[in-house]
Structure formats: structure tokens, C-alpha cells
Ligand binder design. Structure first.
Ligand SMILES: Cc1cc2nc3c(=O)[nH]c(=O)nc-3n(C[C@H](O)[C@H](O)[C@H](O)COP(=O)(O)OP(=O)(O)OC[C@H]3O[C@@H](n4cnc5c(N)ncnc54)[C@H](O)[C@@H]3O)c2cc1C
Length: 433
């Protein structure tokens, strides 16, 4: 019987260290250097973050999103999940532990599909924390439906020429390279006609037209690039995986990315719940603590239960990824995690905001970022609705239609079958009457 919810003592000690380290050393970076995580650090900032990263490396907790077989130092998704829930409390923590999105997903596909030369050029610097990367898939006119993509690479001699637009390519302006998904063969259909290319961002023709920000960031500033690829010439060996492989690669890329977001979201939602409880025990109104009001108790109970369910779903899915080592076999649960995640963060952060009253709605508390973050979680790596469709389709695969007009569980039908099965004994009972 192998089901066990205990963490082995050695790894628990690592988690305890990470918990205190993030609280004491890393969370202050969020306030001292906000929104600077994906800006290449200057010398001054390096003097702060390099020693922190060195401590993480010494503990063996650096870049643990990939296992040794893929060039990382990880111990699987379950252990990563327990670590990521700690890191999710802080915007800087994933950077200090070398496991930030979107670089983790990008590293994963290079590790899986890259050639040795590509791994050396792109993966190693990424795993060493020497550079950032960007994933360029969404287009201005099409995001959740990749069959509508039009950005195109055409064969030209011993290379390709790329033309088209991409939207919301996070961190492209500070990344060393982009992974772009483009149409290479329009006649082959969307699922076999697209490919991915690894391209250094200083390649001529990669024009960042503007950076789009999230609420709170000034217009024209942000981290999500609108890119015009204009006659971008790349060699054949810029192809990641084979020609026409983009859909298969994207599933690997997004499978990992989605579950990692979920792991961190547990930490953020727990932080919102912690704040709710502290405030409930600190604030008095109309003769009693907020903690004594039934509405507030309802907020706390609902939040605790919602978070507990979500955490179990995430941890179980992480465990299943480790067990099967194949995202396709866990697709249903990853999609379910993606469906549940935005609502969990939204609900718990909103309740916590409400319990803090006006202060909660102010810019002196972090709730607006959390609530906005819940909407981001409902869009980035695909919208909730599309994932619901995936869950439903995957669930339905395990079922077949009823073999007549009545449902299998129709009571008259089952009663008739039961009577037939036990006819001998039922007749006997009747006979004894
Ligand atoms: C913070 C952030 C970072 C991002 N980073 C990146 C990145 O680095 N690289 C990248 O390529 N992209 C990135 N994206 C883009 C993201 O992947 C897309 O926003 C997402 O795939 C949805 O595409 P869309 O925005 O074009 O919405 P659309 O495809 O226009 O969909 C809009 C809405 O329509 C509804 N809808 C869509 N399809 C269905 C359906 N089948 N059934 C029912 N309803 C449906 C949903 O409500 C959906 O939200 C990022 C997005 C955000 C918010």
C-alpha cells in the first residue's frame, strides 16, 4: 500500500529551509525591486541576488524543474510542487531558485526536443540562470485556437524566412532568444503544418513593436511583447524538433507550464488565506472580533476547503506526472487543475480583500495583484473554457453510450435484469408464501 501523505524528513528539512529563506531573504526583494525580475540585473542588484542564488545552489534546490535525465537537478514534479508552493508567495522567489515561467517550460522542450548543439547554446545558459527566454505563440488575431495562426516560415535555400505577428510574447524584450511557433506547411493542416524555431532575439527582423503591460503598469510599459517578424532569416538548424512538430512540442511545453503555475498558485492563495485569518483575529467591529462573525467564518471555512481540494488535485497530478512520465497520460488532470486554479485564487484573494475593508481595496495591500493574477491564470497557457472542453472530452473517453433507449441505470430495466438473475430464488420465496 503505497499511498502516503508524509514528506520524507530529509526533503522536509529542505522545505523548512526554503520556507524561512524565502520569508526572510527573498520576499523583501518583491518590495525593494518590484517588477525587475525579468530585467537583466545590474551590478548592484547582482550583489544582492547572486549570493542568494549561491545559497540555493548549495542546498541543491537550484533549477529543480528538470530531472538529471534532462540536464537539471530535480527530483520530480511532486517534490517540485512542495517547493513551488513556497516560492509562489513571492514574485522573486522562482528567479532566485532558477525555476521561473516561462523559462521552465522553454527549458523543458529544448531538453526534450533540442539537438546537442541547441542544448549547449540555449538550454545550458537558461539552466545556469545566465539568460531569459520567451515563448512566442499567441497572435494578435488568434490565441486559444492555434489553427488560426498565420505567422509563416517559408523555405529559402538552406534556411527559412519568417514573416508575421505575435502577441503577448512575455519577456521577449529582455530574453536572449525566442521560441516561435509558425506555419511551415499550410497544406498539411494546422496539426502537422506548424513548426517551432529557436531564434536569438538580436536576429535582424525581430521587431518589438510595443510592450504590453498588465493593470497597474503605465501604458506602453510591460513585459508582454507585440512582435513583428519581418523577413527573419534563420538556418535549418534553428528548427526545434522536426518540421511539423510544433503541436506535439506545444503540448509538452504547456503541460509543464500549467502545472507549475498551479503549484505556485497554492502558495499565493495560502498567503491570502493567512492574511484573512490574521485580520479576522485582529479587527473588532460591533462588539466582537471579525473572527467571531459567521460570514467571516464562512469565508475562512470556504477558503480553507477550496485550497485544500485544489492542493490535493495539484499534488496528485504532480505524482501522476512522475509515475507516467508522459504528459499525454495526465492531460485530463492537468486541464482540470488549469480549470480550478483561477477560481481558487480569485475567491480566496477576494474574500481576504473584503475582510480587510477599505485597506484591502487600497494600494497598501497586495490584493489587487492577486485578484488580477487570478484572471491571468484563467488566460495564460489557454483560457479556462478551452480547458473545460478538454476535461470533458477526456472524461467522456472512458464512457460509451447506452445500448438501448433507456439509460443503463434505469430502475425498471435493472429490476427486470435482477429478477431474471435471481429468478430461481425469487420463485422459491414466492413459493414459500
Ligand atoms: C499574463 C499573460 C502572459 C502570457 N504570456 C504568453 C507568452 O509568453 N507567449 C504566448 O504565446 N502567449 C502568452 N499569453 C497569451 C495566452 O496564451 C492567450 O491569452 C490565451 O491563449 C488566450 O488567447 P486570446 O487572448 O487570444 O483569447 P481568445 O482566443 O480570443 O479567447 C477569448 C475568450 O474566448 C473564450 N473562448 C475561447 N475559446 C473558447 C472555446 N473553445 N469555447 C468557449 N469559449 C472560448 C474564452 O472566454 C477566452 O478567454 C499570455 C497571456 C497573459 C494574460
Amino acid at each position: 500500500m503505497a499511498w502516503d501523505f508524509e514528506t520524507e524528513p530529509e526533503y522536509q528539512a529542505q522545505l523548512d529551509w526554503a520556507d524561512e529563506f524565502v520569508r526572510e531573504e527573498v520576499e523583501p526583494l518583491d518590495l525593494a525591486w518590484p517588477n525587475m525580475q525579468f530585467v537583466p540585473p545590474d551590478e548592484n542588484l547582482r550583489r544582492v541576488i547572486d549570493p542568494l542564488r549561491a545559497q540555493v545552489r548549495e542546498r541543491g534546490l537550484w533549477a529543480t524543474h528538470l530531472g538529471p535525465a534532462l540536464g537539471g537537478q530535480g527530483h520530480g514534479q511532486l517534490k517540485l510542487s512542495l517547493l513551488n508552493e513556497i516560492l509562489g508567495r513571492s514574485s522573486w522567489a522562482p528567479l532566485i531558485f532558477g525555476c521561473q515561467a516561462p523559462d521552465t517550460g522553454n527549458a523543458e522542450i529544448i531538453a526534450h526536443y533540442g539537438t546537442e548543439a541547441q542544448k549547449k547554446q540555449y538550454l545550458q545558459p537558461l539552466l545556469d540562470g545566465e539568460c531569459f527566454s520567451s515563448y512566442s505563440m499567441t497572435e494578435p488575431q488568434a490565441g486559444s485556437d492555434p489553427t488560426q495562426f498565420t505567422c509563416r516560415a517559408e523555405k529559402d535555400g538552406d534556411g527559412w524566412v519568417i514573416n508575421g505577428w505575435k502577441f503577448f510574447s512575455s519577456n521577449a524584450s529582455t530574453a536572449r532568444f525566442v521560441i516561435v511557433m509558425v506555419v511551415t506547411n499550410p497544406d498539411a493542416g494546422a496539426y502537422r503544418g506548424m513548426s517551432m524555431f529557436l531564434i536569438p532575439t538580436d536576429t535582424p527582423g525581430i521587431n518589438i513593436v510595443r510592450n504590453v503591460g498588465l493593470p497597474g503598469e503605465p501604458l506602453g510599459e510591460g513585459h508582454h511583447a507585440l512582435i513583428h517578424y519581418e523577413n527573419v532569416r534563420v538556418p535549418d538548424d534553428a528548427l526545434l524538433g522536426g518540421e511539423g512538430q510544433a503541436f506535439a512540442i506545444a503540448q509538452t511545453r504547456l503541460g509543464g507550464g500549467r502545472i507549475h503555475h498551479a503549484m505556485r498558485t497554492i502558495g499565493l492563495a495560502q498567503k491570502a488565506l493567512d492574511m484573512m485569518c490574521e485580520r479576522a483575529l485582529s479587527r473588532r467591529t460591533q462588539g466582537s472580533l471579525l473572527a467571531d462573525k459567521q460570514f467571516v467564518q464562512g469565508f475562512i471555512a470556504d477558503s480553507y476547503a477550496q485550497l485544500k481540494q485544489f492542493r490535493l488535485l495539484v499534488i496528485h497530478t504532480a505524482w501522476a506526472i512522475d509515475k507516467h512520465n508522459d504528459y499525454r497520460k495526465v492531460r485530463k488532470d492537468i486541464a482540470a487543475v488549469k480549470v480550478v486554479m483561477p477560481a481558487v485564487l480569485h475567491d480566496i484573494a477576494s474574500r481576504s480583500l473584503q475582510v480587510h475593508g477599505a485597506l484591502g481595496a487600497s494600494n497598501e495591500m497586495p490584493f489587487h495583484q492577486m485578484v488580477m493574477g487570478s484572471y491571468v491564470m484563467g488566460l495564460a497557457d489557454g483560457p479556462t473554457e478551452v480547458h473545460k472542453v478538454t476535461v470533458a472530452k477526456q472524461v467522456l473517453r472512458d464512457y460509451k453510450p447506452s445500448d438501448d433507449i433507456w439509460p443503463t441505470q434505469h430502475l425498471p430495466k435493472r429490476l427486470a435484469a435482477a429478477k431474471e438473475k435471481y429468478a430461481e430464488f425469487l420463485d422459491h420465496e414466492v413459493g414459500n408464501l
